[in-house]
Design a protein around this ligand. Structure first.
Ligand SMILES: [Zn+2]
Length: 289
């Protein structure tokens, strides 16, 4: 009995110092409801939505490459600068890979509606600052458009969008010049996030060369441009990948996300300006400069 009392007293002592309190997970789905409340407080309402896709990645990388990589970078960044990370999300724009096995391409209206309901639900749960971090080239037009549509009607939260991040100059030299999809960079990054899913010996089973089948001036955009250039849904040569290049690119991506989280946490202006704007938008004729 005396021993039990002593153990209880020691336990109380440690917990009173907060030393037995477990560190909060950054992953939304791992938190209990009670811990979620603390997590929103700790993140100051800053939540991250890593946005991937499911599509072919050459002959040698997994279908979920962009999802796996963006989550790897975001989860590590959030551990460095605390923020709550939304569960797996891959409901983006990938019509151009519908001819390849395993691609999940939802309709355009559903992409926008699902994303709006997702950010609305995040905000209803206290995420007043939602940062969408993109991991897939095909989302780079969708997501700025979605962000812009947040001015269509009032919201009590702010959507921030972080596009794909070019690695800074330097680092281990690159060997290839064409490297847009499943090539040297993406293969190198997958060597860091999920090395067991890289089948480097298959990287040259298909061609990732630019087939340049459309002859149009740069001023014209047409949706089939990607298929015209890279019909195998592969751009570059993954066999050039190295662990060192992967470490460099992944680290610079992670650093950029940390910088973004800090800037978003510090931002006191966006919501204020949004509210002012929505108020004026109700009666534009009364608006004075
Ligand atoms: Zn990719």
């Amino acid at each position: 009995m005396r021993k039990a009392l002593i153990a209880f007293a020691i336990g109380m002592f440690w917990s009173s110092l907060g030393w037995t309190q477990a560190k909060l997970s950054v992953r939304w789905e791992e938190l209990t409801a009670g811990d979620f409340q603390s997590a929103i407080g700790q993140s100051r309402g800053t939540c991250l939505l890593p946005f991937g896709i499911v599509e072919k990645h050459g002959p040698h990388l997994p279908l979920g490459t962009d999802l796996l990589d963006v989550r790897y970078a975001v989860l590590r960044a959030a551990e460095q600068e605390y923020a709550v990370v939304f569960p797996e999300y891959y409901f983006g724009q990938i019509f151009e890979a519908r001819h390849e096995p395993g691609t999940i391409a939802y309709s355009a209206h559903l992409q926008l509606e699902l994303l709006q309901e997702t950010t609305d639900e995040m905000a209803r749960n206290g995420c007043k600052k939602v940062v969408i971090v993109n991991g897939h080239g095909g989302n780079e037009n969708l997501l700025p458009f979605f962000s812009q549509t947040q001015l269509e009607k009032p919201h009590d939260y702010v959507v921030y969008f972080m596009g794909l991040v070019e690695p800074p100059p330097g680092g281990p030299a690159k060997k290839t010049s064409i490297d847009m999809h499943a090539g040297e960079s993406e293969t190198s990054k997958m060597m860091i996030s999920n090395p067991n899913l890289v089948h480097l010996n298959r990287a040259q089973q298909e061609s990732g060369a630019d087939q340049a089948r459309l002859k149009l001036p740069d001023t014209l955009y047409t949706a089939i441009w990607w298929y015209a250039r890279f019909p195998n849904h592969y751009s570059g040569d993954g066999s050039a990948a190295t662990h060192e290049r992967g470490e460099f690119e992944m680290k610079s991506w992670q650093d950029a996300i940390v910088t973004a989280i800090r800037a978003v946490k510090a931002d006191q202006e966006s919501l204020k300006l949004q509210n002012e704007f929505f108020e004026k938008a109700k009666h534009p004729l009364d608006t004075r400069p």
